[in-house]
Write a protein that binds this ligand. Structure first.
Ligand code: FAD
Length: 421
């Protein structure tokens, strides 16, 4: 096998990680899932909501138990550098880890075991040393959770038009603004928030701050119900929130770049997630096709159903291949480097958009194979179809990815001589 081919295979440490993760699912997660089922508060993927529309506290606590235990076992944050307590895995290694976790967990509690939006992200290590000790260390162990607050009620894709401001007052900063569509707003112990610090300075106009949820002036707003229906999206308000200078993440003016490193992390994670869930759906569709009878034979005997499954397999294959090829290159040029290499923007957007679109078709075909039972509210196919539709908006819409891909291609070819006719 050549070196290039070998790089697409799970490394030794990925294999060691997935073996430990398998044991964790069997020994720790399975009993918690059973205990949760007995509580009759919904499932991890279709939780009951409380009176305010938030995830039922018992389901949230079951997820938190999984995260704390995963943190104790060193399974929670393989994507963060070793010097900050993570696994130091490359992006290709993380593709394999994410694919494994999604494939093996399905829609169960095991998904919470790998840090997601509520865990440490590529911007977190830019905290000052004292903040790292106070927030990053417990976050890495799953002992506390966070949120990333960038979007506002009036501003989504057009991030630089945001209306949350941070003004200097002596050595402190005073933050005012409202954020919306934020994941984990109800439970986060602290927030990574972006705010304007130098109006008119373009991509240097924003800075990122850490705000403890106990800070006076900070409040949690309404839950925003979405088609995912998990009670984990909502608003946050910052009213004269005073934070010391040490709560600045990175330097003044780094907020846009740090925010993009969080967003780009969410984008590249689509590869392993869509591959893992996609393979799970293909397997469920195959089982269904072999067991469901129509016209005296199984539906797997009908070419029309075989083609639905072939299309699912094709979509998973192409999206997975895109992710592995692009993340191999991103490992060479830096996926979260500040400033980011021009080529990286295009590759990151290719991973997101190809996976989002392919996974949407996979979920659609999965429902078709299952017939009416694929439409049953709360079935895995129905839930993943809603998740797949959602994926095309957060972390940058499909159209914003097209813009980045087009920019990358146009810039790349700008200086090349015209090919001979
Ligand atoms: C479930 C969920 C979780 C989320 N979690 C978070 C979170 O944790 N933190 C956070 O900060 N945000 C979060 N978001 C917000 C998310 O990032 C934004 O919804 C997203 O960036 C799009 O912004 P918007 O919804 O305002 O759409 P808009 O920006 O208003 O876009 C509307 C339409 O116009 C198109 N459009 C806009 N600008 C352009 C352009 N320049 N070129 C071409 N087309 C364009 C878009 O593609 C889209 O079709 C979340 C959203 C959801 C639904």
């Amino acid at each position: 096998m050549t070196d290039a081919a070998a790089s697409f295979e799970p490394s030794e440490r990925v294999r060691a990680y997935t073996a430990r993760f398998r044991r964790f699912l069997d020994e720790d997660v399975a009993p918690l899932e059973k205990a949760l089922a007995d509580e009759k508060v919904g499932t991890p993927w279709q939780p009951h909501l409380d009176a305010a529309g938030r995830m039922h506290p018992t389901v949230w606590e079951a997820r938190r138990k999984v995260q704390r235990r995963s943190g104790e076992l060193g399974l929670y944050a393989p994507h963060i550098a070793e010097e900050f307590g993570g696994g130091g895995f490359s992006r290709v290694e993380m593709h394999h880890v994410e694919e494994y976790v999604y494939r093996q967990s399905g829609l169960g509690l095991g998904l919470a075991a790998l840090a997601w939006t509520e865990g440490p992200n590529p911007a977190s290590p830019y905290m000052s040393a004292s903040l790292r000790e106070r927030y990053l260390t417990p976050l890495m162990k799953g002992q506390i959770t966070t949120a990333f607050a960038n979007t506002e009620p009036g501003v989504g894709s057009d991030v630089l038009a945001m209306n949350t401001y941070a003004k200097r007052d002596g050595s402190d900063w005073i933050i005012n603004g409202r954020k919306a569509w934020i994941t984990n707003p109800h439970f986060a112990d602290f927030i990574h928030v972006t705010a304007v610090t130098e109006p008119g300075a373009g991509s240097r106009s924003l800075s990122m701050f850490i705000v403890d949820a106990k800070t006076p002036g900070f409040s949690r707003g309404i839950d925003i119900p979405t088609m995912i229906d998990d009670g984990l999206t909502g608003e946050l308000e910052f009213k004269d929130v005073r934070v010391p200078a040490e709560n600045l993440v990175g330097e003044v003016g780094d907020g846009f770049a740090l925010g993009m490193s969080f967003i780009n992390w969410r984008r590249v994670c689509r590869g392993g997630m869509c591959a893992g869930w996609g393979e799970w759906l293909v397997e469920r569709a195959v089982q269904r096709a072999h067991s469901r009878k129509a016209g005296g034979k199984t539906i797997a005997d009908y070419q029309a159903v075989q083609h639905l499954i072939a299309n699912m397999d094709m979509d998973v294959y192409q999206a997975r291949a895109t992710s592995l090829v692009a993340q191999t290159r991103l490992d060479q040029i830096g996926c979260f480097k500040i400033p980011l290499d021009n080529e990286a923007h295009r590759l990151i957007s290719l991973i997101k958009v190809i996976n989002d679109q392919a996974f949407y078709r996979v979920c659609d075909n999965a429902i078709q194979v299952h017939g009416a039972s694929g439409l049953r509210l709360g079935s895995p196919e129905e839930k993943l179809f809603r998740i797949a539709r959602n994926l095309r908006i957060p972390a940058g819409t499909t159209e914003i990815q097209f813009n980045a891909i087009a920019r990358g291609v146009l810039q790349r070819n700008k200086t090349k001589p015209q090919p001979a006719p």
